[in-house]
Design a protein around this ligand. Structure first.
Ligand code: HEM
Length: 559
């Protein structure tokens, strides 16, 4: 163990005043502090009687660090193995934080349906999100204010806007395929050669281009190739597990995050100002125009800086989630060319023009394509980009009897200051609920009698119990074993937009190229936040593909 220079100097100074043997003893004790801490921690867990109202604790060696390595390496495997040992409710230590996990449908309901007085998302996330989004929005404000902000955002996601976004997204994806160098064989229309592309890099670029062309607005899209992309990268560097554990460290990545946040906020504020002054060239529907002029219930207008910070929040919320989902979908389609072919045939049947070319779907048509829908749903089932949903416990919280019931007269209590964690990702691959849960089988979603349909009915906004938390009625969905967009008051409002974006991206790619991945779909790498929490192990996963535009030729070449 290394001692810092200051500590050694202090110890040498101390030696002058202590008898030699006492000094040796003190030095030994000091060096052995970590060992002693580990031993005491182990003895505490093995010997001290457990409080019957505390959920079982996951055994760990090192205090403070706790189960961070196990959870960090593979959260799903970690949670599943703890579940086998302890049942649906247990507590583990994560870098000094006590996390009480509640699994299964009842666990999801307990965490996602919990009352704000007891369970708080803002107290759990604000230290990570506020330095990135900025002040006064999302988790840097009371929950009622967030609910109003979600209502404002929904104006930018109206049906009319969604209809307008279809063509814009298709346009961006097609242009990307035509211009991106890794698609050069496709651009040359060479049907005999296979090329490669880095699937995550491509979906990240397509996602930011399509989001900026639609929600973010013309000004953002126009700046995407220059300053904006760098600002985005620096800001994104503030969304790592290190930032989650330590909100502020004297590191360059933190300084870059703070500088980028300021500049990006100024960028949006200037757009708002220009639009107010009538000097903007923008003539299309987007989120900024939807947010401008919104008024809180107390009569206050949504200030410019809040519009800017909401725009940053939306950019970050949609980027990693959608790009990771698109990447997984393309990888699975490359692995299962028969499904890709079904998808392609669905496009041909629905959208063929008399001259053999394919026309653009309308927003309504896009929503009623069973195979495309199943591909997206199945990808989100196996690879939900957010695998753990966390809340801070504001007051001692009794775990409902159905979930814990350690004995007839006592129930588990999660104390104030702990965190609770739900993992829809665990229920979505639960072997007890899903047949061949670890297999990517889109057709499970078209079986009218299957578990998938049942889960979706409980979750979907068209069915099930509805609640209005302040941003319009949404299905409660907290008990469904399928919750890729969360549930309850913090449920995602970007779901419809994500489906639209993913639908157009996937169908445009499938219309244009044929894909193969000889080594099979790589396992996830959970070492980094959001997309990376769910992302592809190899940072440079390549997909072999035939770039033949399918509408032009039916000769699909195998590698
Ligand atoms: C919330 C997933 C895309 C905006 C959430 C939550 C999940 C989620 C699981 C709940 C978080 C929690 O309860 O703590 C996804 C997935 C997406 C996606 C899987 C794409 C595949 C988007 C997009 C936008 C967006 C495109 C913006 C247009 C939001 C917002 C919230 C949210 C504003 C609400 C946060 C809250 O109330 O606490 N999302 N999201 N998301 N998402 Fe998404």
């Amino acid at each position: 163990m290394g001692l810092g220079l200051d500590s050694s100097a202090y110890l040498l100074e101390a030696q002058r005043y202590l008898p030699d043997s006492a000094f040796r003893l003190a030095l030994l004790a000091f060096i052995n502090i970590p060992v002693i801490a580990v031993v005491l921690n182990v003895l505490r867990q093995l010997l001290l009687p457990r409080n019957p109202s505390s959920p079982p604790e996951v055994f760990h060696l090192i205090p403070f660090v706790g189960s961070a390595p196990g959870y960090g390496n593979d959260p799903i495997a970690f949670l599943e193995s703890c579940r086998k040992k302890h049942g649906d409710v247990f507590t583990f230590t994560l870098l000094g934080r006590k996390m009480t996990v509640a699994l299964g449908s009842a666990g999801n309901n307990f965490v996602l349906g919990g009352k704000v007085a007891y369970l708080s998302a803002e107290d759990a996330y604000t230290h990570l999100t506020t330095p990135v989004f900025g002040k006064d929005v999302v988790y840097d404000c009371p929950n009622e204010k967030l609910m109003e902000q979600k209502k404002f955002i929904k104006f930018g996601l109206s049906m009319d806007n969604m209809r307008a976004y279809v063509g814009m997204i298709e346009n961006e994806v097609s242009r990307f395929l035509r211009k991106e160098p890794s698609f050069r064989i496709f651009q040359m229309n060479d049907i005999n050669e296979w090329g490669q592309f880095d699937v995550l890099k491509v979906t990240q670029e397509i996602t930011i281009l399509t989001a900026s062309r639609t929600l973010q607005g013309k000004e953002v899209r126009a700046n995407m190739d220059a300053t904006f992309a760098q600002l985005f990268t620096d800001l994104d560097g503030g969304f790592t597990p290190l930032n989650f554990m330590f909100p502020n460290l004297p590191l360059e990545s933190y300084r870059k995050r703070d500088r980028a946040q300021k500049k990006m906020a100024e960028f949006y504020i200037n757009i708002v100002k220009a639009r107010k002054e009538g000097t903007s060239m923008n003539d299309e529907p987007d989120m900024i125009s939807a947010l401008m002029g919104q008024t809180y219930r107390n009569g206050t207008q949504l200030p410019d800086h809040e519009i800017a910070h909401i725009m940053i929040a939306l950019l970050m919320a949609g980027q990693h989630t959608s790009s990771a989902t698109a990447a997984w979908a393309l990888l699975h389609l490359a692995d299962k060319p028969d499904v890709a072919e079904e998808l392609y045939q669905e496009q041909i049947e629905q959208f063929s023009n008399p001259d053999g070319s394919l026309r653009l779907p309308t927003y309504e048509e896009l929503k009623s394509l069973p195979i495309l829908d199943s591909v997206i749903r199945e990808t989100l089932r196996m690879h939900p980009p957010i695998h753990s949903i966390i809340r801070y416990v504001r007051d001692d919280f009794v775990v409902p009897g159905t979930l814990s019931a350690p004995s007839k007269d006592s129930q588990y209590v999660v104390p104030k200051g702990h965190y609770v964690l739900a993992s829809p990702a665990v229920s979505q691959v639960d072997k007890m609920l899903w047949l061949q849960s670890e297999e990517w089988i889109p057709s499970r979603w078209t079986d009218p009698e299957g578990q998938a349909q049942k889960a979706f009915k409980q979750y979907s906004d068209e069915n099930g119990e509805k609640i209005d938390y302040g941003f319009g009625a949404v299905s409660k969905g907290t008990e469904s074993p399928y919750q890729p967009f969360g549930a309850g008051r913090h449920r995602c409002i970007g779901e419809q937009f994500a489906y639209l974006q993913l639908g157009i991206v996937i169908s445009t790619v499938v219309r244009s190229i044929e894909m193969r991945i000889p080594g099979g779909v790589p396992p996830p790498n959970y070492h980094v936040c959001f997309d990376r929490l769910t992302s592809i192990r190899n940072t440079n996963p390549s997909v072999d593909h035939d770039y033949t535009p399918k509408a032009a030729s039916d000769d699909h070449i195998s590698p």
